[in-house]
Design a protein around this ligand. Structure first.
Ligand code: KG4
Ligand code: ZN
Length: 337
């Protein structure tokens, strides 16, 4: 199977190619310029996708040594994401499919992340428990096959990545916040400040807004006492925040491992790049004697490879596609707005 996939849901333009069933290219262009605005500017994101989508497609095909006419399927992220950004990749891919008379496969972005463990040499085994943590979503999912999954819980307010971004902003660090939190956390003491972990009625749901507010209150109090936040205090806050967020995620993951006894434990999404979280999830897997699969960095943040793989798995699962497909074809979309 030859397939080309486009990902443009937020601030990464990415094109991936599967050649003879194997990933042959995964080119990602990150829109670094949003940093100076402290967050993604949707209008600018859409414009950058327009600029880069065609050159990236050409590079990906070149790298894969494939011609566009040799692709059997054309796939693109259908959502969720920024609508203007999504539309660039979606409509571009659909037009391509129409002109080539090839099936178009719309892919749910979160499902792309959830199955991204399959891009690794060691594949997840079904049923696997998957913690999907990104800038837009935080989900705990029991994945039974390529066509069946059960969402055990999700965030009731901020996503984990969103919380990192907001706390980083509060501390005057850069955007996206996650990597800055991780960098400063390495220099701080994670037990120095005790931030609260939310207690929720639904046992697998998550909440980060209380934690975010606790950090805000702490920062305001510190500022009123000492006038400003020292570099060392910034490190302690980043470390303590990261520790609390990781602990709250890990607690639910461990509970679900004991209840559902999955064959594999997966951690996916942009926040899966966080070393402290990776270690925490790996430790749970070791404790319960199950393998863990956490994608390499290039497959954690948004990337075309995960969209290509998800499209391939849908085709192989017998889903049929027509150019008229508008809706998400599958499962997570039933739960996400
Ligand atoms: O999956 P992703 O690239 O985009 C969405 O689908 O949202 O995730 C982006 C999120 C951002 O919130 C970013 O701060 C976070 O992933 N992130 C991290 C790290 N690297 C990226 N969070 C914590 N630690 C990191 N090292
Ligand atoms: Zn994502």
């Amino acid at each position: 199977m030859n397939l080309i996939a486009f990902e443009t849901s937020c601030d990464e333009t990415s094109v991936a190619v599967i050649k003879n069933g194997v990933l042959a290219a995964n080119i990602i262009s990150s829109q670094e310029f949003h940093t100076k605005y402290g967050g993604v500017v949707p209008e600018l994101s859409s414009r950058a996708h327009i600029k880069y989508i065609m050159p990236l497609m050409k590079s990906a095909l070149e790298q894969a040594e494939l011609r566009i006419g040799e692709c059997d399927y054309i796939a693109a992220t259908a959502g969720p994401g920024l609508i203007g950004a999504l539309m660039i990749g979606f409509v571009y891919a659909k037009g391509l499919a129409l002109s080539l008379d090839k099936p178009f496969i719309p892919v749910n972005h979160v499902e792309g992340h959830i199955y991204s463990g399959f891009l690794m040499d060691t594949k997840p085994q079904f049923p696997f428990l998957c913690l999907a943590v990104s800038g837009g979503h935080t989900l705990l999912v029991l994945v039974k096959s390529f066509t069946e999954m059960k969402i055990l819980g999700s965030t009731i307010d901020d996503a984990a990545g969103e919380a990192c971004d907001k706390v980083a902003k509060l501390l005057g660090l850069g955007y996206p916040g996650g990597p800055f939190i991780q960098k400063h956390a390495l220099l701080g003491d994670e037990k120095s400040i005790k931030f609260p972990i939310a207690e929720l009625k639904m046992k697998y749901d998550f909440s980060f807004s209380g934690l975010k507010t606790a950090v805000l209150r702490f920062v305001q109090k510190e500022q009123s006492i000492s006038g400003n936040i020292s570099e060392q205090m910034t490190n302690h806050i980043a470390a303590s925040f990261q520790y609390t967020a990781v602990t709250s995620l890990a607690k639910k993951v461990e509970k679900a491992v004991t209840e559902f006894k999955p064959a594999t434990l997966c951690l996916v999404g942009g926040v899966a790049a966080n070393n402290r979280l990776r270690t925490a999830i790996e430790s749970i897997a070791v404790k319960y004697g199950i393998p863990s699969v956490i994608p390499d960095m290039q497959f954690c943040g948004d990337n075309g490879a995960m969209i290509a793989f998800r499209a391939k798995s849908l085709v192989e699962s017998g889903e049929t596609f027509a150019l008229t497909h508008e809706a998400f074809p599958s499962f997570v979309s039933d739960y996400l707005s």
